[in-house]
Write a protein that binds this ligand. Structure first.
Ligand SMILES: Cc1cc2nc3c(=O)[nH]c(=O)nc-3n(C[C@H](O)[C@H](O)[C@H](O)COP(=O)(O)O)c2cc1C
Length: 251
């Protein structure tokens, strides 16, 4: 799987919520497992593990049933939620590129009796995946329901760079990200939440930012450049919370 294949998947992926419950062939799962060994973290200092669950192992408040689930377990420290989004979005794009259906599930948890803890690492979030009879890909980017670029960015000249980031999936499609700064250093922030919304979205929106950061990583790579991250607290636009600074430079 090349970076440009993952980059292209950004423009066609969509969430699928209806699955064919027939388990996938063993070699498909093995190839996925091989891919997951090679995903790159946002923060190398956070320990994590990826595990696979079957349909009986998951409880979900929403009626979404899939033959397989991929779960992220992590050390709970620092930017572990952004790291979780960054890691599992690589798998979401891999699945879409390989004509498999997937959906992020923020409401689902391992069922009773299935561990919430693996080797001291806590369950964070999962993706449902499998085959489907539904259309897996968007044909045209006009099919994405997303905010306009002007609502999520004030970076001059960043249209091409941020277009793939704009298409990132987010919990309930909340898209709380905001990009400021310039083409050399982009500040990534997220909308501050009121107490009520924070109960539901405080964690999810941090995962969303990790997802957007992976789309940005692919977009920068597509332009032949590289990124480095700085998570030291800094100023963010009014009403937003600072998440990361992304420095973009020549390879
Ligand atoms: C962190 C996260 C959690 C999500 N949780 C759920 C969920 O519990 N149930 C669901 O049906 N969709 C869930 N979604 C999928 C979003 O609703 C979906 O990505 C968004 O509406 C954009 O649609 P698209 O993925 O088809 O582009 C989640 C997405 C993210 C990123």
């Amino acid at each position: 799987m090349t970076n440009s294949q993952l980059y292209n998947a950004i423009f066609h992926r969509r969430s699928i919520r209806k699955y064919d419950m027939t388990p996938l062939p063993v070699d498909t799962i093995e190839k996925l497992q091989e891919y997951t060994y090679n995903v790159k973290p946002l923060d190398e200092g956070i320990r994590y593990e990826i595990d696979y669950l079957g349909s009986a192992d998951v409880k979900n408040l929403l009626p979404i049933k899939a033959p397989h689930y991929i779960c992220l377990y992590s050390e709970k420290k620092g930017n572990y939620l952004m790291n979780a989004g960054f890691l599992l979005q690589q798998i979401d794009l891999y699945l879409s590129y390989n004509n498999l259906a997937s959906c992020w599930l923020g409401m689902a948890k391992p069922a009773k009796g299935v561990p919430m803890l693996i080797n001291g690492l806590e369950f964070v979030i999962m993706l449902a995946f499998g085959n489907t009879t539904e259309t897996i890909h968007r044909v045209d980017t006009s099919e994405f329901k997303r905010k306009n670029l002007s609502e999520i960015s004030n970076v001059a000249g960043a249209e091409a760079l941020l277009e793939p980031v704009r298409f990132a999936p987010s919990a309930s499609n909340t898209q709380t990200w905001f990009f400021s700064g310039d083409l050399d250093v982009i500040t990534v922030s997220r909308k501050k939440l009121n107490l009520l919304k924070a109960q539901v979205y405080e964690k999810m929106n941090q995962i969303d930012i990790g997802i957007a950061l992976f789309h940005l990583w692919l977009s920068v790579d597509h332009q032949g450049k590289k990124v480095s991250y700085n998570f030291d607290q800094d100023i963010a636009p009014n009403g937003y919370e600072f998440m990361a600074k992304v420095k973009i430079s020549k390879k």
